[in-house]
Design a binder for this molecule. Structure first.
Ligand SMILES: NC(=O)c1ccc[n+]([C@@H]2O[C@H](COP(=O)([O-])OP(=O)(O)OC[C@H]3O[C@@H](n4cnc5c(N)ncnc54)[C@H](O)[C@@H]3O)[C@@H](O)[C@H]2O)c1
Length: 432
């Protein structure tokens, strides 16, 4: 059965590309992976997985014979018709998406009458049309184009790939769209077959909506702090309404990562470039920026001036179970604390290697308790299970101060206060 699946290529072996490659290999496809990062390709060829993502290394090892890695496009073009594009689309200074990597891939395509580009990268609406126009202008009319945006979330990426809520396939109704639908068929997920522009917008709108939900509950949390309500209770009561749902109603230090900030900004700019002022997204972005800084005010409320204070940050990546530091709240927090004269100590279970180059002047610890030793206060920045189950009595014995700021509302407040520490969450009413 496995041999009936067509071979595919994946261009770009980052978080999305490598997960896509490993996932399709797991489903039985031969996968030809390409990346311009020769060091990354060399590591992958040696069997090393350069990023941390639960289950990914095991999946790559288990499907090793079906995964081929190269820094050249030629083997991918030779062996597969379906070329999945998963290169980065980071923000430019203007907040638009930087499509230079996508265009580098398009530019490298040969004249062909049997290949298809399948866009997994998140791109502005209109990108597919523009790429088709460019290919046509260069006499490469034989190329098919499919928009197949990716919805996986880091930390659960492989599981999300194998159990998607839906698969979106935007195309012109030719062989390539049918082939992509067939590739995903074993996952039994609902398929949204639509046009290219709508597929592109589904991805941007989905991320913008989730980001809006986060900024909304963060604002509710901030009002709870002023009024004495507990946002955890409020979110539970709201989320049980099936029209609202529980997910993404967890207040905290704001959203980060490689997707939400850039995709919200890209949608806002896309709207602006098209003549529409997307007011809601402007507020979503501003609320998120302010949310990262509110923790500093919480620390000042308890400690007064932060000059010379020792503060520990637990968790550095933008969320648990990943080493991705892109747009992580810890970057803003550490910089703000240092600017206010504090000495910052930090620990992350998997992100230290990446974080070291970004958090200059921060002292790294090898575990959470070491990070807490001698500090005036600690901030739980991401909700790693090892922080939620930390021995707070031991923490209390190590700390010189008593303040614990729970930036993700992931701790049981009584387990912290029972150890003689002061608990301060997000939106959980006034502290004792
Ligand atoms: N990371 C996520 O959680 C996530 C989720 C959904 C969608 N996306 C989207 O998927 C895309 C990829 O994101 P990512 O997080 O995997 O990025 P990444 O930065 O981790 O990986 C991109 C890879 O593409 C490679 N690359 C760049 N130019 C290339 C070229 N011309 N040819 C071959 N390889 C090239 C880079 O070397 C890098 O390895 C982005 O558009 C992103 O918005 C990301």
């Amino acid at each position: 059965m496995a041999s009936e699946r067509p071979p595919i290529a994946v261009i770009g072996t980052g978080y999305v590309g490598l997960v896509t490659a490993a996932g399709f290999a797991q489903l039985g496809s031969e996968v030809w992976c390409v990346d311009i990062d020769t060091d990354k390709i060399a590591r992958l060829e040696r069997g090393e997985v350069p990023i941390y993502e639960p289950g990914l290394a095991e999946c790559v090892v288990a499907n090793r014979e079906r995964l081929h890695f190269s820094d050249q496009l030629a083997p991918a073009l030779e062996h597969s018709r379906l070329l999945f594009v998963a290169v980065g689309t980071p923000p430019t200074y203007s907040g638009d998406a930087d499509l230079s990597a996508v265009h580098a891939v398009v530019d490298a395509m040969p004249v062909s009458d049997h290949h298809a580009l399948i866009m997994k990268s998140t791109v502005p609406v209109g990108t597919g049309e523009a790429i088709k126009r460019i290919l046509a202008e260069r006499g490469k009319t034989g190329f098919s184009y499919v928009s197949c945006p990716e919805f996986l979330k880091e930390g659960d990426a492989l599981d999300d790939f194998l159990h998607p809520d839906r698969v979106v396939v935007g195309d012109d109704g030719d062989w390539a769209g049918d082939a992509v639908v067939e590739l995903y068929a074993p996952l039994s997920a609902p398929i949204v077959r639509t046009d290219v522009a709508s597929a592109e917008m589904i991805k941007l709108a989905a991320n913008a909506f989730l980001a809006t939900k986060i900024s909304f509950i963060n604002e509710i949390a901030n009002v709870c702090e002023e009024t004495g309500a507990d946002v955890v209770e409020v979110a539970r009561g709201m989320g049980l309404d099936h029209r609202i749902g529980q997910s993404f109603l967890k207040p905290g230090l704001g959203f980060g990562g490689s997707c939400f900030p850039k995709d919200v900004s890209a949608l806002k700019q896309l709207a602006g470039n098209s003549g529409y002022h997307f007011q809601l997204l402007t507020a979503v972005i501003e609320v998120n920026e302010l949310q990262k800084r509110r923790v500093v005010a919480k620390l000042q409320k308890h400690l007064g001036s932060l000059v010379g204070r020792k503060i520990a940050l637990l968790g550095l990546a933008f969320k648990p179970h990943t080493d991705d530091m892109r747009e992580a709240s810890s970057l803003v927090l550490a910089a703000r604390l240092q600017a206010d004269g504090a000495k910052v100590y930090a620990y992350d279970p998997v992100a230290e290697e990446v974080a070291r180059s970004l958090l200059v002047g921060v002292e790294f610890a090898t575990d959470a308790l070491e990070a807490l030793t001698g500090v005036d206060a600690c901030v739980v920045v991401t909700e790693w299970p090892e922080f939620t189950t930390l021995d707070w009595s031991e923490a209390q014995a190590r700390m010189s101060g008593t303040l614990v700021v729970d930036g993700r509302n992931c701790l049981e407040p009584s387990s912290v206060t029972a150890a003689g520490l002061v608990y301060e969450g997000i939106g959980r009413g006034a502290p004792e």
